[in-house]
Design a protein around this ligand. Structure first.
Ligand code: AMP
Length: 315
């Protein structure tokens, strides 16, 4: 399938790389990494489009392109599981669509779809392709892809990290990636971002079985003078609490609530599926209609933990 995707990239006149809405380091890592690799190796007209990220602005700027570019281009979807999450809906106007992803339950958008759910990041797949096909990787591509690997693997801590992940990271360092500098940039927070983390610590709740969550309304965001993205980064303070294997940050957006859901054991993407979402077994996202649905969701998450404990105790 990779041969087929590379064949289509080589045959295309122009290429547009699109990731998912609310991009993270892996999403932008794939986009900027693949863009540089295509430019460097195939000398093609290539764009990366989608939503920008303030906290990841150090990774680079996305391109702004006219609708007409789509009708003469191949779209490469990276790190995006389903149509609803594709960051630029004009993708459907493209001449052809291919996809490279690592999400479970990835839909089949595209004439050639490669999905490897065993790896922690989609950036690892792009870097692996470059390594295996002897493609040139410049410094920008190497730094972008290593950022994707570091952020989506939690700094090489999550499931899916394997000996090959380190081989690929080593390959990227040899190509010029600088993990020390990248880690500094990834870890940097704004002053107000840290303040809202304080709010989350003060206001988090815990259910009987150990679901930990905190709700951040638009009003709270305004009070702390943070944008959505800064508030959403506070998710990490809820992880790693003893006997609390599922945690979530619930954020008010437009007319609904967005849930950033994480687990250290119970599979939660099925829980996310029940609330208009999805994702990975241990990292998912979904939506609630309003504040009154938070309690129902918390009870559901609590039940997931109860069932998980039951299974673990009977092993
Ligand atoms: P996030 O909390 O935004 O970092 O999302 C965690 C993971 O869940 C990512 O891999 C997303 O692609 C996935 N995800 C988040 N929201 C949704 C959704 N509404 N539908 C499907 N997958 C989602």
């Amino acid at each position: 399938m990779i041969d087929k995707i590379l064949g289509k990239i080589k045959a295309a006149n122009s290429i547009i790389i699109i990731g998912h809405v609310s991009p993270d380091g892996d999403c932008l890592g794939c986009q900027f990494g693949l863009k540089e690799i295509i430019k460097e190796n195939f000398k093609k007209e290539v764009y990366a489009v989608g939503e920008p990220s303030t906290s990841l602005a150090f990774m680079g700027c996305l391109d702004t392109i006219d609708d007409s570019v789509f009708t003469r281009s191949l779209v490469v979807l990276t790190d995006v599981a389903n149509e609803a999450r594709i960051a630029d809906k004009r993708y459907s106007k493209a001449l052809d669509i291919v996809k490279i992803d690592h999400h479970p339950y990835s839909d089949n958008t595209g004439s050639a779809v490669y999905v490897d759910t065993s790896v922690s990041s989609a950036s690892e797949i792009i870097a692996r392709i470059a390594m295996e096909y002897n493609l040139k990787v410049n410094e920008k591509a190497a730094n972008s892809l290593l950022t994707g690997i570091i952020t989506d693997s939690g700094g090489f801590r999550y499931d899916g990290v394997n000996p090959n992940t380190f081989k690929i990271a080593s390959f990227l360092m040899e190509a010029g990636a600088n993990p020390v500098e990248l880690n500094k940039k990834i870890a940097t927070v704004t002053f107000n971002e840290l303040k809202i983390k304080g709010f989350v610590i003060e206001n988090m709740k815990r259910t009987k079985e150990g679901f930990v969550y905190c709700y951040i309304s638009k009003e709270t965001r305004a009070k702390y003078n943070v944008i959505y993205e800064e508030a959403s980064n506070a998710l990490d303070v809820l992880g790693n609490i003893e006997d609390c294997p599922i945690w979530a940050l619930i954020l008010e957006i437009d007319n609904e609530l967005r849930v950033r859901l994480r687990s250290s054991g119970p599979v939660i993407n099925t829980l996310a599926n029940k609330y208009r979402g999805g994702g990975h077994p241990l990292a998912s996202g979904c939506y609630l209609n309003n504040e009154s649905e938070i309690e129902t969701f918390a009870n559901d998450a609590d039940e997931y933990i109860r069932n998980y404990k039951h299974i673990m105790n009977n092993r």
